[in-house]
Write a protein of this length. Structure first.
Lengths: 339, 960
């Protein structure tokens, strides 16, 4: 259904705004008339070239009107993973699915003036004229959630998003072309920051990004009696890692969904959702599945070991865990993955 | 103080006490907070101590060290907790040990090893591994040699195992002599942990002839593989002592499966060995194994194992089916045919599908033969489940062929096939479904009349006689007639009664406080690392009967599967639900029907099937015909494989550590624990997510709030107190743990299919009474435990009609037990349970409600006539309201000993309700019980048709 729907939603019309058939609004959007140039063959979206040619004028218009606009760079996170497992066609399909989800979002009422376009690789651009920075952030959040919830593709898709607001550049020196380029660059820079934060997230400030590039890998500890693991937490922190603690499986799942950590240390008998169930749920998603998962517990029976192996769990330590061993292992793994 | 003022003084004292206790109840939060801060600081200090490995002492400030010195026990506890989850490096261990030795901790702990208090000795043993100095190790070995109490011995042995003191092995082995299996098993695990060190002693140990040592070595053989142990095990199989030979062979089968000479063991003299060998062969699915098993088909003693073994081989590969089917069709002798038909009947699903294949002819013959062997039920069940039209068509054709000259089969089909398939077969369905059988309760009517007479008539009569014979004694305001004197007498007796009842409760509370303190300090030094070692805690089967629970069953079971306990299984018993309880479970957990063999230790309604999934090895679902909660529990006991079982309600929710807290107590009991219970608390006001509590609040409805007070009082004060004086007789059906073998020997829960051929609604209490009665008659030392912090949260009735029904059931159950076990009342032969427990129940629970109800009426009349004086009124108020308040408040204080259940606002509300309940609720409860009594008698009289309600919630706090 997904593929056909994409093709149907993007007919080979010559207007770049016609994706949902709402391009001929009476007022006419600010960028009207730029419709003769190319379209991305894969997704049917307007291509980056067309957008770039037109964007400086849009920027100048916004600056004179003093109305903010925002540019979003949206990148499909697990494209490498998908290409590896499903081949190139799988990757293309995933991209089409992403384009469909975003174009569909844009097609809703009140978003006629928004522009979706294709940048090189697995990246899409999304331009919102006349919005506040809060609204821009909201759009980014919406897109992020919509993609995760979408069932267009066999695997769960996630995106990282970089957001650049036009007003940030209103006071800067330079020609409209230079400034417009800088907006584009900012959006892409923030996209790369979002990816560095562990992908599947949104970044709308270069300053925050500058901090996060320097931050240490995050380790999630799921442990109902965190005080008993105080020693481990301190030792991990001493080894240049950030440790976040969640006391039950529910909190852990919420945490992982919001910001996937670099590594998870989980008590097998975690309250509400057990360590095994957490792992089972993480396996349904390529990105989460890749997070190294270490299980610890006082209970380590043959049955549980068998279950751990079935669930592809990296290590299963019986408590009392050896501090040296676990800290060493964790630093080794995180060093490898952060490189 | 003149005599006239006495009532006033008593009244004022009671008011003052009430106020003081209430303030203490509310203010305790502050004290607890200070304790928590201190604990956190000490924990922090412990962490810093080991972090700074180079200069340990400089890591702590002076204030820290002062604090540590002052609260050394708490500091040690925190150190123990720290090392329980995270093992230290050698340098860190040395730092910690050095610091503690500097405080002379080891010396203090060694001194405690000689204490006269068992608990102090156990605690010292549990903490000594923190400072394993030479002196400490030697002292531990010495102490283990001297120690008498086996519970303390276990702690000492565990400490020695933890520090890996190989010199202690001989002492530990010697300590096994004469101890019960429970202790021996605990030590087996600890000793196996020594591995090489224990193996080095094998040359000496293998020549020892003591049974305890042989069993220990056999267990060691399962963990430590060596040629020497293999030879030892093989030699033990021929030991004349069956315990030893069976255990040795079991270990051999598990640890050295392919080294066995199965052909030889299949001809062994002992049928147990033969049957184990047959089952073990099933794990080696080769043609040779199959032919070996087929050779022994006429060995009837091991029939069941043969069936299991062959079924196992069949499951491993379909190529084995053909030889088995051919043998079945060609076999002439009756017995082997029966065995093979049982085997093949277990694979009806597979065979029915094969009915359309090339082998159709043979398979058809096999299926027909299976039906002729009387196993049509399997095919019926399959067809009822099946959704494939082709298979149904072929199955129907098969049955039609067979039923032509087989009227009993036709009858069976009519009864059990689902209507659609029945129509396809061409049979008429039966008319209305047979009515479910009536509950068979047989109360003892004469005794009930005796109770009625005693309860309703004795005291009024006595008061009347007293009013006539000794008019001067009547406490009345001004001289009056006979009626006034009678009323006065009655009010006085009522006051004494209420005072006595509340006095008993306060006394119990005293015991409770002692019990709870002891339990709390026991819990303080039980560490998970120790509890999770093999065999330290008993294994438990959680049996969870479910009747029409489709809405919540999946969540309940998921939550039960996520308890923190070393070794347990969950057995859900679907009691013939009319909804999709079974289907929900099967779908969610991906269950499959298995061929698990069920012992018929107890007679129950028919078990239709057992479902399991290898991915959830700890879950079993039993599907059985409807028979009520007790019957379901009995079926669960038949399936259970663990040492203990826990009876549950499907709609109750266990706290994560409930089992751990409950069985943790077993470690401190020198007698065998046969039963143990935990708290039942109302879940009505709480927030629940994923089957566990998020926040605890009191219920919103007043009726439920009154019950909350009642529950807290009955459980915390009542049962902890009763357990402390070893007289506990009630364990709630919503959460109780029982020794499985003992219960089986006592004929399980009381149902009409079992030994006593009668039903009872109070099956939970009845079981405890019967269990303890039997043990006392056989003079076996036992104990019944109660954990104040093992919690089970359950829905309590919020509507009056449901409450009414619940109380009716409780009263009926109680009367049933009191009449059935009437022999125990005041009988010194039954020790405290008979003399104290039963007397209490008779006086205050059976007869009491009558008297209370009469008392309230008398009181009302006295007020109306204005015949009650101020002194009597004050005394009455003190005895009922003030003492009742005191009981409730102290109970709540006990309940919150280590943990806060409810926020401050809720606590204040509870206090208010504890006051209000004296004006209406208590009276109402007395009346409900009187009504229950009357309805019980009426039912015996034959006019109250009993409606069948399936599984009711069986929890029951001893009221008052």
């Amino acid at each position: 259904v997904g593929k056909r729907a994409v093709a149907g939603a993007l007919p080979a019309a010559d207007n770049w705004r016609d994706m949902s058939g709402q391009w001929d609004t009476p007022q006419g959007p600010p960028m009207d008339g730029l419709n003769r140039l190319g379209r991305d063959p894969l997704t049917g979206l307007q291509n980056e070239h067309l957008f770039r040619a037109q964007f400086p004028e849009e920027f100048a218009l916004a600056r004179t009107r003093e109305t903010n606009g925002a540019l979003l760079a949206v990148k499909l996170d697990n494209i490498l993973e998908i290409n590896r497992t499903h081949g190139r066609t799988g990757g293309d399909e995933a991209l089409r699915a992403l384009a469909y989800v975003i174009a569909n979002y844009r097609g809703a009422e009140g978003r006629e003036s928004h522009v979706v376009f294709k940048v090189g690789g697995p990246i899409l651009g999304y331009y919102i004229p006349q919005c506040t920075d809060v609204q821009a952030r909201q759009v980014a959040e919406d897109l992020h959630r919509l993609v995760i919830d979408s069932e267009q593709y066999i695997e769960r898709l996630t995106v990282s998003i970089g957001v650049a607001n036009l007003y940030e550049f209103f006071l800067e020196e330079g020609t409209r072309e230079e400034l417009a380029l800088r907006v584009l660059q900012a959006a892409f820079y923030r996209l790369s920051l979002a990816e560095q934060q562990g992908t599947n997230t949104i970044c709308d400030s270069s300053a925050v990004g500058a901090e996060t590039t320097a931050t240490r890998p995050r380790v999630l500890l799921v442990e109902p009696e965190a005080q008993s693991m105080l020693l481990l937490v301190r030792a991990l922190e001493a080894a240049d890692l950030t440790v976040d603690v969640r006391e039950d499986g529910e909190g852990a799942m919420a945490y992982i969904q919001a910001t996937p950590p670099a590594l998870i240390i989980c008590e097998a008998l975690a309250p509400r959702i057990s360590g095994f169930t957490i792992r089972e749920r993480l396996r349904t998603n390529a990105l989460w599945n890749a997070i190294p998962f270490i299980l610890v517990s006082h209970k380590k029976s043959e049955d549980l070991i068998r279950k751990a192996v079935e669930n592809d769990i990296r290590h299963f330590f019986q408590k009392p865990i050896s501090l040296l061993e676990v800290v060493g292992l964790v630093t080794n793994i995180t060093r490898k993955t952060s490189r | 103080v003149s005599r006239l003022q006495a009532p006033q003084i008593i009244f004022l004292t009671a008011v003052a006490l009430d106020l003081a206790v209430s303030i203490w109840f509310v203010a305790r939060q502050l004290v607890r907070r200070r304790r928590e801060t201190r604990r956190r600081r000490l924990r922090d200090a412990a962490t810093r101590l080991v972090e700074e490995t180079t200069a340990p002492v400089t890591g702590l400030s002076r204030a820290d060290i002062r604090r540590v010195r002052r609260h050394l026990p708490m500091f040690l506890q925190e150190c123990a907790r720290m090392t329980d989850a995270v093992g230290l490096s050698d340098a860190q261990k040395q730092a910690l040990q050095g610091f503690l030795a500097g405080l002379r901790t080891d010396v203090r702990l060694i001194r405690s090893l000689h204490s006269t208090d068992r608990l102090a000795r156990a605690r010292a043993a549990a903490l000594l591994p923190l400072v394993p100095t030479r002196a400490a190790r030697v002292a531990l070995i010495d102490a283990l040699e001297r120690e008498r109490s086996r519970s303390v011995k276990l702690f000492m042995a565990a400490a020695l195992a933890e520090v890996g003191e190989a010199f202690a092995i001989p002492t530990m082995i010697d300590s096994l002599a004469g101890e019960p299996l429970r202790y021996q098993r605990g030590l087996w695990g600890l000793l196996s942990g020594f591995g090489e060190d224990l193996a080095a002693l094998l040359p000496m140990l293998t020549t020892r002839r003591e049974k305890e040592i042989q069993l220990m070595l056999i267990h060691f053989g399962a963990h430590y593989l060596s040629p020497e142990l293999y030879r030892y095990l093989a030699s033990r199989v021929d030991d004349p002592d069956q315990d030893i030979s069976h255990e040795a062979f079991r270990v051999l089968c598990g640890a050295y499966p392919s080294f066995l000479n199965h052909a030889r063991y299949l001809r062994h003299d002992d049928f147990f060995i033969r049957s184990l060998a047959a089952e073990a062969l099933g794990n080696i699915p080769t043609t040779r194994s199959l032919s070996l098993l087929l050779e022994h088909l006429d060995d009837m003693l091991i029939r069941r194992s043969l069936v299991l073994g062959i079924m196992h081989i069949l499951r491993a590969g379909s190529q084995h089916f053909r030889p088995v089917m051919m043998r079945f069709l060609n076999e002439q002798r009756e017995r082997p045919r029966a065995v093979l038909s049982e085997v093949l009947a277990g694979y009806v699903d597979y065979l029915m599908e094969k009915l359309g294949s090339d082998d159709a002819q043979i398979v058809g013959q096999v299926l027909s033969e299976i039906v002729r062997q009387g196993r049509a039920q399997e095919i019926i069940n399959f067809l009822n489940r099946n959704t494939d039209a082709g298979i149904q068509r072929r199955g129907v054709a098969l049955l039609q062929n067979l039923m032509e000259d087989d009227p009993p089969l036709r009858q069976q089909l009519t009864r059990y096939l689902s209507p659609a398939i029945l129509a396809a077969v061409g049979l008429e369905p039966l008319g209305a479904p047979a009515a479910p059988p009536r509950r068979a309760e047989h109360p003892n009517l004469p005794l009930l009349y005796a109770f009625l007479g005693l309860g309703a008539a004795f005291i009024p009569a006595a008061c009347l006689v007293l009013a006539v014979v000794a008019p001067q004694l009547a406490p009345i305001v001004a001289g009056g007639g006979l009626l006034r004197r009678f009323l006065g007498n009655f009010n006085a007796v009522f006051t004494i009664y209420a005072g006595l009842l509340n006095g008993i409760y306060l006394l119990l509370l005293g015991f409770s406080i002692a019990g709870v303190h002891r339990q709390a300090s026991q819990g303080d030094f039980l560490r998970l690392g120790f509890l999770f070692q093999e065999n330290v805690l008993p294994s438990i089967s959680l049996i969870c009967p479910a009747f029409n629970e489709e809405a919540s069953i999946v969540e309940s079971v998921s939550s039960l599967l996520n308890l923190r306990y070393p070794d347990y299984e969950v057995i859900v018993v679907n009691d013939g639900s009319k909804d999709h309880t079974l289907e929900r479970l099967v779908r969610y957990f991906g269950l499959e029907r298995t061929d698990l063999f069920v012992h018929r230790y107890l007679n129950t309604q028919e078990i239709r099937g057992i479902y399991a999934n290898r991915r959830y090895p700890e879950l079993l679902v039993v599907d059985k015909a409807n028979g009520g909660k007790a019957d379901s529990l009995n079926a669960g006991i038949n399936v259970a494989r663990k040492e203990y079982f826990a009876g549950m309600d499907a709609d109750s929710m266990l706290e994560r550590d409930a089992l751990l807290n409950l069985t943790g107590l077993f470690l401190f009991s020198d007698e065998e624990v046969v039963a143990a219970g935990g708290n039942i608390l109302p879940v009505n006001g709480c927030t629940v997510s994923h089957g566990s509590l998020v926040s605890t609040r009191i219920p919103r409805r007043p009726l439920a709030r009154f019950q909350t007070i009642e529950y807290i009082r009955a459980f915390m004060a009542g049962r902890v107190g009763w357990a402390t004086i070893k007289t506990l007789l009630i364990i709630s059906g919503a959460f109780g743990v029982f020794h499985r073998r003992r219960v089986v020997n006592a004929h399980g829960y009381m149902t009409r299919s079992e030994h006593y051929m009668k039903d009872t609604v109070g099956e939970d209490m009845e079981l405890v009474v019967r269990l303890t009665r039997g043990l006392q008659e056989e003079h076996i030392p036992y104990s019944v435990q109660y954990a104040y912090n093992a919690n089970c949260w359950t829905e309590i009735p919020e509507r009056f009609s449901m409450l009414n029904r619940q109380r009716d059931r409780w009263q009926r159950g109680l009367l049933d037990i009191m009449t059935f076990h009437a022999r125990m009342i005041m009988n010194p032969r039954y020790g405290r349970t008979g003399f104290i427990g039963f007397t209490y129940f008779l006086l205050f629970e059976v007869l009491g409600p009558w008297f209370e109800a009469e008392g309230y009426v008398t009181l009302a009349v006295s007020f109306a006539l204005g015949s009650i004086g101020v002194p009597l009124f004050l005394l009455l108020f003190t005895a009922t309201v003030l003492m009742g308040m005191l009981t409730s408040t102290v109970s709540m204080i006990i309940a919150e000993h280590r943990r806060e259940y409810f926020p401050l606002r809720d606590k204040l509300l509870l206090l208010l309700y504890a006051f209000l309940e004296n004006f209406g609720f208590r009276q109402l409860m007395s009346l409900l019980r009187v009504r229950g009594f009357l309805r019980t008698m009426a039912r015996v009289g034959g006019w109250g048709a009993m409606e069948r309600r399936g599984l009711g919630s069986g929890q029951k706090p001893s009221s008052k």
